[in-house]
Structure formats: C-alpha cells, structure tokens
Design a protein around this ligand. Structure first.
Ligand SMILES: CC(C)(COP(=O)(O)OP(=O)(O)OC[C@H]1O[C@@H](n2cnc3c(N)ncnc32)[C@H](O)[C@@H]1OP(=O)(O)O)[C@@H](O)C(=O)NCCC(=O)NCCS
Length: 184
C-alpha cells in the first residue's frame, strides 16, 4: 500500500466535515467545530491530514495539528508575546483511526506525514496531550515509538521555545508529550 497516495491534506470544508465526523465518532463530547473552518486558517494554521483506504476509498484515519489555543488567544487579544514563536510550534490536537483500520500502520503513517509537512513549514516544536478517557498506556507506547518525549502522568508540559503552552483553565490531561523537529 502506498501511503503517499493514501494520505492527503483536507483543505476544503467538505473534506474537513468528513474528518470531523470521524473525530466525533471517536471522541465523546468534542466540539462540532473542532476542526477550524478554511476561512480561519490564517489564525490557526491547521494541518489536517486524512488517510483513505486505497481499495475501498473509505476514510481510514485523520489528524489535526495546529497553533495552540493559548497562542491564538493571545494574538486575538493583540498581545505580542507569542508572535515570534507562532510559526515555530504546532499542537497535535486530534488523531483518530477508524476501529476497523487500527493496528495496520495508519496512525504511524499520519504522524510521519505530519512531521514531514511541519518540518517543511519551519515548525521546530510539536506537542500534545492524551486525555484520561483514552487507552493511555498504549498511547504512551505509540508516542514513545515515534520519538516523542512522553512525560510521566500529570507532569506539566515544560516551557518550550521559552513559552508556556497550557491554558490555565484547561482540564488536566493524563500526560503530555513533545518532540523537537530538526531541520531536514
Ligand atoms: C492511537 C491511534 C491513532 C493509532 O492508530 P493505529 O493506526 O492503530 O496505529 P499503528 O497501527 O500505526 O500503531 C499501532 C499502535 O498504536 C497504539 N494503539 C492501537 N490501538 C490503540 C487504541 N485503541 N488506543 C490507543 N492506542 C492504540 C498501540 O501503541 C499500537 O501498538 P501495539 O499494537 O503494539 O499495542 C488509533 O488507535 C486511535 O484512533 N485510537 C483511538 C483514539 C486515540 O486514542 N487517539 C489519539 C489521541 S492522543
């Protein structure tokens, strides 16, 4: 199977609606507009990748990484603190593989394709967290295998690029993970 062909960017609102549907099926209680609309791309700089099964055309998996809420919020409030690092970071916000396709390398291919594209964009630090309702032990292994530093349970995300990326009001996740993206 050629992952280059299977994976592409969801750059229209119709494609993103299909991805949103997969996310809504996977994660209970996520916002119906969890994926930024195309008209807001200048704010969130999202990268939405979707993986379609070559044989059936079915959506097998998808992932969204974008600017962190804290950075976008600061910009909207016209506070300049995050401006210098705006294009140097990305937060892996949501990733899901449909149950029938799990364990076949789809998630790994999405991570690898996202990393390549973020590197091309000049992103230097990539981070995210896993919430407590997920299979956290397996996710720890997944992110460790992909070269992330996976922090012990409940340990706060350290400042990265000299900034804090955690919203003070956010619910505490099970764990955080992060990775430096080195120039190719
Ligand atoms: C995590 C997930 C994206 C991985 O995609 P995938 O295509 O199954 O992953 P790969 O085939 O590339 O790698 C398999 C590894 O993924 C992890 N994994 C597989 N299914 C998983 C699940 N239901 N929950 C958590 N991790 C899982 C395991 O580490 C697995 O390795 P193992 O088989 O040795 O245990 C996918 O399982 C999924 O959508 N899980 C539910 C939603 C989720 O947890 N998303 C991540 C939010 S941070």
């Amino acid at each position: 199977m050629s992952t280059d062909v299977a994976i592409s960017e969801a750059n229209t609102d119709a494609q993103r609606a299909e991805v949103q549907e997969l996310f809504s099926r996977t994660f209970r209680g996520i916002a119906p507009n969890a994926i930024p609309a195309v008209k807001d791309d200048h704010l969130y700089a999202p990268l939405v990748l979707h993986y379609h099964d070559i044989e059936t055309g079915q959506l097998a998996g998808a992932a969204l990484t974008c600017r962190s809420q804290v950075a976008v919020g600061m910009t909207m409030m016209r506070r300049p603190e995050y401006a210098p690092v705006m294009d140097r970071h990305s937060e892996l916000d949501l990733m899901a593989v449909a149950p029938a396709f799990r364990g076949r390398g789809v998630g790994s291919a999405l991570v690898s394709a996202m990393e390549d594209r973020l590197r091309e964009r000049g992103v230097r630090i990539w981070f995210g967290n896993a919430t407590r309702d997920l299979e956290t032990a397996r996710l720890r292994e997944f992110y460790t295998r992909h070269g992330f530093t996976v922090l012990p349970d409940s340990q706060p995300l350290p400042d990265l690029l000299g900034r804090s990326w955690v919203l003070p009001t956010a619910e505490q996740p099970a764990f955080h993970f992060y990775k430096q993206i080195t120039k190719g």
